[in-house]
Design a protein around this ligand. Structure first.
Ligand code: SF4
Ligand code: SF4
Length: 400
């Protein structure tokens, strides 16, 4: 994403009237004319990726036409359940999200790092930095942007800048969509990451009936908006868009109690609730695969059959696997209880100590895509009740 111009979105441009920039940085596009935005992106050399309905889910795919987007579809998500429904609506962005966040576009699920060839003098390694590709992703949500901020903190840290991630990140242009409908699994409002996209986007859209309010959040977004020559947004529409996004936040039924974190989770290390959740968890790794912030990875060698060359490849991994806890001849997390406890404690406690931010952005994907419907907001609530009180409560519930 390019450097951000500022106003209500961030920093300041000097010598220019703030109000005039604010009005230049947003405009109205009738939804029927959305193809103009896609065409403008194509003209600037971007491959456009957007949500598409496939096999009962929404997945990111290359889109060329507005008709490729999931018009009229809506998603219903609950613990362990995801359903798409076709409605009579003409909404383009009625689906909130599928299992994928922005993570795969920057932290590739399979990234060849080195190609090593045998030579007469030994070995010749060649670094496989991905070629710069201009990719515009339309339809990212505020929680996805927050997830991307976390990944940036991990992979673009000055001391350990990852050149593979950096190359993919450089070509990314993000068109966010502000949420006007919350899923039953969303809790971004309590994490203060959504439902409004505040930072980290190039353009942000709010769909209000048959119109799209478009705001620029970067210089690249501002340039594209200028090319579109949109009508200015009337105050009434701005107010209506704000009201709908605020209502989405207020409608969220889940929340995560953060006030006592991280210490409360460290204090809960021996809590009996870990045994309860371990009794349900399948260690399937789904929660980590769909999470926009999880960054565990492993490396694999794939030599050719005559041992003349090998590829050194980075693959997504999960802290829920046996192998991930295997270090120096010993598995440091042999049980599912060890792994679930490590995952949740890292997400909501030690991540804060490590990166100065939460490892959870409140997208709710791990709740939806857990085959047994384990809900981290419920687990945290139970873990925050001191063990002595929780055991009294459970005896009372079981009754005579
Ligand atoms: S832990 Fe779950 S709710 Fe939090 S960011 Fe990851 S997938 Fe989303
Ligand atoms: S998705 Fe659910 S069952 Fe699978 S590892 Fe995560 S918590 Fe366990």
């Amino acid at each position: 994403m390019a450097t951000r111009p500022t106003t209500q979105f961030g920093t300041e441009r000097t010598g220019i009237c703030i109000m005039s920039i604010a009005s230049e940085m947003r405009g109205i596009l009738p939804t029927a004319n959305l193809q103009r935005l896609l065409d403008a992106l194509s003209a600037k050399g971007y491959r456009i990726i957007g949500p598409t309905a496939h096999d009962g889910s929404v997945v990111w795919e290359t889109v060329r036409s507005v008709s490729d987007l999931p018009i009229g579809w809506r998603d219903q998500q609950e613990p362990g359940r995801y359903r798409l429904e076709q409605t009579a609506s003409q909404e383009v962005f009625g689906v909130v999200h599928g299992p994928q966040s922005l993570k795969p576009f920057v932290f590739a699920p399979r990234e060849p790092l080195l190609q090593i060839e045998r030579t007469k003098d030994g070995f010749a390694p060649r670094q496989m930095i991905p070629q710069l590709e201009k990719v515009a992703v339309i339809g990212a949500r505020a929680c996805d942007l927050a997830g991307l901020t976390v990944q940036d903190r991990i992979f673009l840290n000055d001391a350990y800048r990852d050149p593979y991630y950096a190359a993919r990140r450089e070509g990314l242009f993000v068109i966010a969509v502000n949420c006007v409908r919350a899923l039953s699994t969303c809790f971004c409002a309590s994490m203060e990451t959504g439902p409004r996209a505040k930072t980290g986007f190039d353009l942000a859209l709010t769909e209000v009936d048959d119109r799209l309010l478009i705001e620029a959040g970067s210089e690249a977004g501002f340039d594209l908006l200028s090319d579109l020559s949109l009508s200015p947004a009337p105050q009434k529409l701005l107010d209506e868009a704000a009201t709908r996004v605020d209502a989405c936040g207020h409608s969220q039924v889940r929340r995560l109690e953060r006030s006592r974190l991280p210490q409360a989770l460290y204090d809960a290390h021996e809590h009996p609730r870990w045994d309860d959740v371990a009794g349900c968890c399948l260690a399937c790794t789904n929660c980590t695969m769909v999470c926009p912030t999880c960054f565990c990875h492993a490396a694999e060698e794939t030599p050719d059959l005559d041992h003349q060359q090998t590829a050194h490849v980075r693959l997504w991994d999960s802290c829920f696997t046996q192998e991930h806890g295997y270090i120096h001849g010993k598995n440091i997390r042999p049980t599912i209880k060890d792994r679930y406890r490590m995952w949740l404690t890292h997400k909501l406690a030690s991540w804060i100590d490590q990166f100065g931010m939460s490892g959870c952005v409140g997208c709710g994907r791990c709740i939806t895509w857990c085959p047994v419907g384990i809900d981290l907001t419920e687990e945290l609530s139970a873990l925050l009740v001191p063990a002595s009180r929780s055991s009294v409560t459970s005896q009372q519930v079981e009754g005579p």
